[in-house]
Ligand binder design. Structure first.
Ligand SMILES: Nc1ncnc2c1ncn2[C@@H]1O[C@H](COP(=O)(O)OP(=O)(O)OP(=O)(O)O)[C@@H](O)[C@H]1O
Ligand SMILES: O=P(O)(O)OC[C@H]1O[C@H](OP(=O)(O)OP(=O)(O)O)[C@H](O)[C@@H]1O
Ligand SMILES: O=C(O)c1cccnc1
Length: 499
């Protein structure tokens, strides 16, 4: 399998894949000569999806490809020149469009590697560079990171439910949110832990393993089920999985066994059977008994039919004998939470004289939604070097005061909840340099590597954080100095009205 890093996926460029307001703000910054002011934005979500205890970061490789190929084509410029406002005058004048025609993304990006376990409020990416540029990419970055992270997280949960030995196949294209949703979901599902996809274009595009069985219509197209299985085996003597539930599931299993024994006489082995309806626990146990009694103990049992992680856990608890889980709709549409609420917030701007940083805050009625000012980094403290993560600390790398050797981490929702870090506690900083002046500074991991990383990361989490029902909250907080600075900025911005 060719597992080359992504590049050139977004050709021709996705420059217009944005909200109009990014372009109107870009013009406004340019017109006011603010476009080169150095700015820092962070991309983060506030709450892990699916009422879960964690998320799996994904989207960075796609984002890097988008940023590096970001150009306004002649056609894009012509289209922008055609846009008019309410009085019929042009939205964007020629001199600004000439600027856009020469546009190249030259910001710096630091980001958390794909496959890393992440939590609410932690920047997955930090973009630093000219204000116009860093602002312009907001919408595309959000759509890439939000969907990839959402689906990778769903896949990681399904992988966790299936356990390390079972296979998970992603079957979702037919129910995906359109062709694009299907393609990108297949990538994220693989990253999060699926073993293969049925989606052939996604497999080609992202170098994913591709797998499949056959549909009920195959069986219906023949006079009887046994003949249908035999003809499929003729076509694929070493790659057959028979769907056994078109008429009566256990009769279907018996027919599959007859054909499998005939295949064996010809020197071939049946790969598996698939169950797609009825009581999957009961039927898989009965099917296993019938197969084993016929000496077909290597024939795998595939199950499909609206599966998701809680159902997989339940089926396992019921003793289901399922080896391979085919999961479609619930995975690729993130059925129980169809969007991740990632945001992209301005956190620092160079002062007008260019000598210092002004740190920015967006206030909210809900304190948890108030943004975090600074140039942020995430430090993950571990039980021992390379060991189980214990707590994450968000801190400002541009703070005036140096970071204390043993800092204190404060819960941003309740500052009385604090955790002192013991001196010498091992840690790693999660945001790593990716782009400098728009250029890649380190080769990104391949998708296969990111997938292995995701499995290792989820596996290292405490089971209390991995569980689906009311998971324990992993501690993420602000470094005390950052908390105090943020509180002061909140008070400065909103001093309160006299009563
Ligand atoms: N043992 C079980 N415990 C819990 N849920 C199960 C069990 N077996 C199957 N299910 C799930 O119950 C749901 C309904 O199954 P059912 O066989 O009624 O599906 P169906 O869609 O009506 O079947 P068909 O595909 O024939 O229309 C599916 O999501 C299926 O995965
Ligand atoms: O249930 P999902 O997780 O989305 O998995 C994919 C489903 O798609 C196929 O059937 P389809 O739904 O087209 O028809 P059927 O369920 O009526 O057999 C397949 O047999 C699965 O049931
Ligand atoms: O190959 C399969 O079995 C398959 C593919 C797509 C959807 N459902 C099943």
């Amino acid at each position: 399998m060719n597992d080359a890093p992504i590049s050139g996926l977004y050709q021709p460029s996705l420059a217009l894949l944005t909200d109009l307001y990014q372009l109107t703000m870009a013009y406004g910054y340019w017109k006011n000569n603010m476009h080169e002011r150095e700015a820092v934005f962070h991309l983060y979500f506030r709450k892990a999806p699916f009422n879960g205890g964690y998320a799996v970061a994904a989207g960075l490789a796609l984002a890097v490809d988008y940023l590096q190929t970001l150009r306004f084509s002649d056609g894009d410029i012509t289209y922008l020149a055609s846009l008019t406002g309410s009085k019929g005058t042009r939205l964007f004048p020629d001199d600004f469009l000439a600027y856009l025609a020469d546009f190249k993304f030259t910001c710096s990006v630091d980001a958390i590697a794909e496959g890393t376990v992440v939590f609410g409020n932690e920047p997955l990416a930090r973009v630093q560079g000219p204000l116009l540029q860093a602002q312009l990419v907001e919408t595309a970055l959000l759509t890439l990171f939000n969907f990839q992270t959402l689906i990778a997280t769903k896949a990681a949960r399904i992988r966790d439910a299936a356990g390390p030995d079972d296979a998970v196949l992603e079957f979702g294209l037919r129910r995906a949110q359109g062709p694009d949703g299907g393609l990108e979901a297949s990538r994220a599902a693989y990253l999060g832990g699926a073993d293969a996809t049925s989606n052939v274009l996604a497999a080609r595009r992202y170098n994913l393993p591709v797998r499949g069985t056959h549909a009920h219509s195959w069986v219906m197209a023949f006079d009887d089920e046994k003949e249908a299985f035999a003809k499929y085996a003729d076509a694929f003597p070493d790659d057959s999985v028979f769907l056994v539930d078109t008429y009566d599931t256990l009769d279907g299993v018996r027919h599959a066994i007859e054909v499998a024994l005939a295949m064996r006489a010809q020197g071939h082995e049946l790969g598996g059977i698939r169950l797609d309806s009825g009581d999957l626990a009961y039927l898989s146990k009965e099917a296993r008994k019938l197969l084993d009694a016929a000496g077909l103990d290597k024939v795998r049992i595939v199950a499909s039919n609206d599966l998701e992680e809680s159902l997989i856990v339940s089926l396992k608890q019921q003793g289901a004998r399922i080896d391979i889980w085919g999961v479609g709709t619930q995975l690729v549409t993130a059925y129980n939470q169809p969007a991740l609420g990632g945001v992209y917030k301005l956190a620092a701007l160079r002062s007008a004289d260019g000598q210092s940083w002004d740190f920015m805050i967006k206030l909210s009625e809900q304190q948890a939604k108030t943004s975090i000012p600074g140039i942020l980094q995430v430090r993950r403290y571990q039980a021992e070097a390379g060991g189980q993560p214990r707590a994450d600390m968000i801190y400002n790398v541009a703070a005036e005061a140096p970071l204390p050797e043993a800092p204190t981490i404060l819960d941003p929702a309740d500052a009385t909840r604090r955790r002192p870090v013991r001196p010498g506690a091992p840690y790693r900083d999660l945001l790593q340099p990716v782009l400098r002046q728009g250029q890649l500074v380190q080769q990104l991991p391949t998708l296969v590597e990111s997938r292995a990383h995701a499995r290792q990361e989820v596996g290292a989490l405490d089971p209390s954080i991995r569980r689906f029902l009311n998971p324990h909250t992993y501690p993420v907080g602000l470094e005390q100095g950052l908390h105090e600075f943020r509180t002061q900025l909140m008070l400065d911005k909103r001093p309160g009205r006299a009563v």
